[in-house]
Design a protein around this ligand. Structure first.
Ligand code: ATP
Ligand code: MG
Length: 257
């Protein structure tokens, strides 16, 4: 069965995009058919994937077409791009930032992405990975409404846990109102290091979320910034420690945890 995973946390800079790309790359390496969706107007995932601006619709126009019931006017399948590492993706665009405006007029505005992803063009993917923006807005609720699971990267830093209650609340509301099948796929500890602070936060997260926390934590390493700089996944980099950690996360995902 197809899995649609939102990588979400409204806190900025916790490793969502790094996780989305490397989980996607790790799944591709394991032979899965994967689509990555950049659902953040900042477009960081698109950059990381080496996307170059083109004439094809971005996720913003696709969403708008779905909202206006005009998807039949587009060749949706041809809107999927392919990156040099074999990852299929739909890029973002800054105009996605105004999605709140056009969605405000739409009935069932939380379910527009869900409707888009139910298009036959997306049916053959084993996994769809959605890189969410750092906000609790209508784009996040769209992502959660369209997903089978949410993957929550949590940086092992002070205050990292503070915002999670709000995210849990949104998760609960989406489950209750639009998507009863939504699961917490996992909590992933990121940027872990040997400081007492990092260890304390890791212990607190493991205490609070138990089995939901991936056994593998992602360590803090300059490899991550280098990876975004050269626009290549950690997974594909030779002898990357973080690449091996992300591949272990993918193994945990595939083993059903
Ligand atoms: N394990 C890591 N160790 C060190 N740096 C990291 C690690 N993971 C990510 N980073 C770096 O931290 C920054 C933020 O990461 P990333 O863009 O993945 O976070 P994000 O949650 O998607 O941010 P935003 O909320 O802005 O979308 C980037 O510069 C990235 O290279
Ligand atoms: Mg991001």
């Amino acid at each position: 069965m197809q899995k649609i995973l939102s990588v979400a946390n409204q806190k900025g800079g916790v490793g969502k995009t790094t996780t989305a790309l490397n989980v996607a790359a790790g799944l591709v390496k394991k032979g899965r058919k994967v689509l990555a969706i950049d659902f953040d107007p900042q477009g960081n995932l698109s950059d990381y994937l080496r996307h170059e601006a083109d004439e094809l619709p971005t996720i913003s126009e696709l969403l708008q077409s779905a909202a206006n019931r005009e998807l039949d006017k587009l060749d949706v399948g041809s809107c999927v791009r392919h990156n040099h590492e074999g990852i299929d993706y739909t890029p973002s665009h800054i105009v996605l930032a105004s999605a709140g405006v056009f969605l405000a007029q739409v009935v069932c505005r939380e379910q527009v992405l869900r409707k888009l992803l139910s298009h036959p063009a997306f049916g053959s993917y084993d996994y769809i990975i959605i890189d969410c923006l750092p906000s609790l807005n209508v784009l996040l609720t769209n992502a959660l409404a369209a997903s089978t699971g949410v993957l929550i990267p949590v940086q092992t830093q002070k205050f990292s846990l503070d915002g999670l209650r709000q995210l849990e609340e949104v998760y609960r509301l989406v489950r209750e109102n639009v998507n009863p099948n939504l699961e917490i796929e996992g909590v992933l500890l990121t940027m872990a290091d040997n400081t007492n602070m990092s260890k304390a936060v890791e212990a607190e997260v493991r205490e609070r979320y138990g089995q939901k926390v991936f056994q593998t934590s992602i360590r803090r390493s300059v490899e991550a910034t280098n990876s975004t700089y050269v626009q290549e996944s950690l997974i594909s980099a030779r002898n990357s420690k973080l690449g091996a950690e992300y591949q272990a996360v993918v193994d945990e995902l595939l083993n059903g945890r």
